[in-house]
Design a protein around this ligand. Structure first.
Ligand code: 13P
Length: 265
């Protein structure tokens, strides 16, 4: 088991009113009370609920993140939210390049790179999402697509700048479909992402320090097997993060991995 951080992140997508979001965050806080060996827990509600969720988690060991951002600081960009605004509400994480952003809002590998640079500049912890479509998987293009996404996202950034980087491998065909990517296969792609990063930084072992999460139909019933994989350091959870009774067992799955890592030290 590696010394990389274990992270369980909930991407709430476009769900929850402010009151519902605060209620869910409070239920998660209550659910982890008294537990010490926890994974890093990150809640990513819609922008409108960030303040409420931040207030609801209070001093609990739960970080808050946004699901997207504009890369520029301020200006005439109607409808956009800047990194400093996200920091201003107390969020510390930012999801970048989610496949739904790429699919519905025209985000590309180069906008992902701009956002990553900006997030690092503003000291937000980036969770960069990569993953192949079903057509790409069936055409045996998974590794080339994913490694290209990783290379483009990290372009022009030094490994020192990238120290806080987190990557999420989210095969598009597994998102919201109930079709789970086999854990061993997800582990293989996670390891491939890591070796791609090592190659990008000229044979260093920087990639070995980068947490790689898996996302796509993660549930309480799948997390145990996923957390047994040596190269999967956590989960980015959509649907199952919207109810405390479904998300808490996933956090517990992450906690087991943390305990195992501690006992192997
Ligand atoms: P689901 O867990 O609903 O498949 O969503 C995964 C995801 O897109 C997380 O970012």
């Amino acid at each position: 088991m590696s010394s990389r951080k274990t992270i369980i992140a909930g991407n709430w997508k476009m769900h929850k009113t402010r009151a519902e979001a605060a209620e869910l965050a409070k239920a998660i806080v209550d659910g982890i009370k008294g537990q010490h060996e926890l994974p890093e827990i990150v809640l990513c509600p819609p922008f409108t609920c960030l303040v409420d969720v931040k207030a609801a988690v209070g001093s609990a060991r739960i970080a808050v993140g946004a699901q997207n951002m504009e890369h520029r600081d301020s200006g005439a960009f109607t409808g956009e939210i800047s990194p400093s605004m996200i920091k201003d509400v107390g969020a510390t994480y930012i999801v970048i390049g989610h496949s739904e952003r790429r699919q519905y809002y025209g985000e590309t590998n180069s906008t992902v790179n701009l956002k990553l640079k900006s997030a690092l500049h503003h000291k937000l912890i980036p969770i960069v999402c990569v993953g192949e479509s079903l057509d790409e998987r069936e055409a045996d293009l998974t590794d080339s697509v994913v490694s290209r996404q990783v290379g483009a996202a990290l372009a022009d950034l030094s490994k020192d700048e990238l120290a806080p980087l987190v990557v999420a491998y989210e095969p598009i065909w597994a998102i919201g479909t109930g079709k789970i990517c086999d854990s061993k296969e997800a582990n293989r792609v996670a390891a491939m992402i890591r070796s791609t990063i090592n190659e990008l930084y000229h044979g260093t072992s920087f990639g070995d320090t980068v947490p790689v999460l898996y996302g796509g139909s993660v549930k309480a019933s799948t997390i145990e097997e996923q957390m047994k994989q040596p190269d999967i350091d956590g989960a980015l959870v959509g649907g199952a993060s919207l109810k405390a009774e479904e998300f808490l067992p996933i956090i517990a799955g992450g906690a087991k991995r943390v305990q195992l890592a501690t006992s192997n030290k």
